[in-house]
Design a binder for this molecule. Sequence first.
Ligand SMILES: Cc1cc2nc3c(=O)[nH]c(=O)nc-3n(C[C@H](O)[C@H](O)[C@H](O)COP(=O)(O)OP(=O)(O)OC[C@H]3O[C@@H](n4cnc5c(N)ncnc54)[C@H](O)[C@@H]3O)c2cc1C
Length: 384
Amino acid sequence: MTGRTTDVAIVGGGLVGAWTAFFLARRGQRVTVLEKGVVGAQSSGVNFGNLRLQGCFPGQYPLSLRSQALWEEFEALTGEDCEFEQSGHLYLAYDAEEHARLESYAEVSESCGLAIERLEPADLRRRWPWLGQQAVAATFSARDATANPRLATPAVMRAAARHGASVRENTRVVDIGRSGDGFTLVLANGETLSCGALVNSAGAWALGIAERFGETAPLFPAGPPQFVTEPFPYLIAPSIQAIDGSVIFRQIPRGNVILAGYPRTAADPQANRAPVPPAKTLAAMRALARVAPVLAQCHVIRVWSGIEAYLPDMIPVIGPSQTTAGLFHAFCFCGHGFQIGPGVGACLSEMILDGGTQTPLAPFGIGRFRSETQVSEKFRKEFD
Ligand SMILES: Cc1cc2nc3c(=O)[nH]c(=O)nc-3n(C[C@H](O)[C@H](O)[C@H](O)COP(=O)(O)OP(=O)(O)OC[C@H]3O[C@@H](n4cnc5c(N)ncnc54)[C@H](O)[C@@H]3O)c2cc1C
């Protein structure tokens, strides 16, 4: 026990902050989570809810598989249900080039221990007769899953609090300074708080904290447009995705179809805005109708997005600061943070308490951005 307010301060009460608090508090650390708004109200609460393993960046598989095991144990760990459904993920290819990409994803997935089923058009017609007839090939991963983002983060944070974590909502951190081998945080109400270790899990707002300690990353805030249709008779169990990224969709048992359409749209973290231009609704519904003509007449009843942080290499920053002992970063999840959130929290807790983690995280270090990173034209186009 020290004279410090808390052992570990966590800036950001999204899914990553919540799981980090959970694992630290469970091991007896004094943890304080500081959230400028409400727990799980940003990316972590508004996302599509996909826990996809197919098609991951190869270096992310150990973390993704560790995370999926934690999702599979969600109820036992937190004592709550988050509508976790292991109904699988189907990737569809529409031409030879996409088929080749599908096959290369499948080979990577299999080499990392994931079981992938390869499907031909006849298999698709037999198993999902309502799919359009144009797909030339598909792969299916049964371990992929979905969960309800509205339920997940608050449930994890309540479990962290039951283990003793202090969770402070509507509490914005406005400044952070070094104090001995720890940190002093200044809150918007003028209060100060001291800690030994600091976790930067502030989502699309995390860069300011990294820069405060002489580090950077070419963070680009954007939102993937999301849509939900009126209820339709329940018939779609897996998540289904066209491999060109034009559409991904799933149906919840209440009947509504949730879909996401690309490209993403630039978002504004300062104004807290992630707009969805109207043309994107029409484009997403056209893409949906190609994959599942049975849904062509469905009406969209709500449109939304959220503020997610992206990097040009489309993988996150996870790990210790390169400049400041005791500071740990976990941000820029590039659209994958819901799936890997549990594993990230577990790894951060091990870095803080054990000095390292067995899960390989080398590709994710913030040090990879020490030199100026060029943002390619192809990357920019993903955010039209
Ligand atoms: C529309 C959409 C769809 C997505 N779909 C998927 C999907 O299907 N599957 C998937 O795996 N991922 C998906 N993602 C990505 C995923 O939601 C995120 O990667 C993940 O939720 C990030 O969690 P986080 O805790 O890092 O960030 P956040 O949830 O953004 O949490 C960060 C928190 O930090 C707080 N904060 C920031 N600055 C301060 C400060 N100074 N003081 C106090 N608090 C602060 C914020 O208020 C925020 O609550 C999607 C994202 C979006 C936006």
